[in-house]
Design a protein around this ligand. Structure first.
Ligand code: ADP
Length: 235
């Protein structure tokens, strides 16, 4: 069963075509790597999936039917640029975001504390968001993304801003989530991360999807293509 399918998505910003007929199929319970160099169109596609942007043409299907705003609210989305409110404290910020996702205060408090303990950051509860480093804010936002236990999680460059120790922490969480049956869309320009984590891949370059499939089936093709795209800017 496919959890999410984009069908012939087109998107332009003025004269610039950011997505040109992009169709991808994301099977359930995969770690799906959206791989491509900066500027390829990955974030634009994610913004269309999460209804931050509207496609000029094309459809997004979720469990075989058109994706609706209610579905979007249930997706966990970690944007590349962090969206925390600087003036709030970490604890109240997470509580606020959890309640926006429909969680009760009691349930949210319990889950937030459990996650903060797991990440060993419970002492940050009363810390102002504006005092967090980029890596710290990233950890808090990761918790906000997964707190409501979504069945689909979209991570846009989840390792940016992280030192290796914390990158490993997030990496382990991604693998753990896959074991629980969660589907993860993982957008990155780093081939090593895809190599390590993903079982399905779509390679995007210059607004177009170049290839897509289970990593084991397209392994050599995707490696040579990715190498050419990432190192030489060729399709
Ligand atoms: P990626 O995530 O692969 O790095 P993006 O989807 O962020 O790529 O961007 C693809 C292209 O679309 C880039 O050239 C970017 O400058 C352009 N772009 C993205 N958003 C906008 C926008 N709101 N207005 C104009 N151009 C945009």
């Amino acid at each position: 069963m496919n959890i999410l399918v984009t069908e012939h998505i087109h998107k332009s910003f003025g004269d610039f075509k950011a997505l040109d007929d992009v169709s991808i199929t994301i099977p359930e319970n995969t770690i799906f790597g959206l791989l491509g160099p900066n500027g390829a169109g990955k974030t634009t596609l994610i913004r269309i999936i999460t209804q931050i942007l509207m496609a000029d043409q094309g459809k997004v299907m979720f469990h075989g039917r058109p994706l609706e705003l209610e579905d979007v609210h249930r997706i966990g989305y970690l944007p590349e640029e962090r969206g925390l409110y600087k003036k709030m404290k970490v604890g109240e910020q997470l509580l606020y975001l959890a309640q926006l996702k429909g969680m009760s205060k009691g349930e949210a408090t319990k889950k937030i504390k459990a996650w903060m303990e797991k990440f060993d950051i419970i002492s940050w509860w009363g810390k102002a968001v504006e005092d967090l480093s980029k890596g710290m804010a990233q950890k808090v936002q990761f918790i906000a993304t997964v707190l409501h236990e979504p069945s689909l999680i979209i991570l846009d460059e989840p390792f940016s801003g992280f030192d290796p120790v914390n990158a490993n922490l997030i990496r382990d969480e991604i693998l753990e989530m896959k074991k629980k049956g969660i589907t993860i869309i993982f957008s990155t320009h780093r081939m090593e991360s895809v190599e390590e984590l993903c079982d399905h891949i779509a390679l995007i370059n210059k607004s177009k999807k170049i290839l897509e499939g289970p990593k084991k089936d397209i392994k050599e093709t995707y490696k040579s293509n990715t190498f050419n795209v990432l190192h030489y800017g060729k399709v």
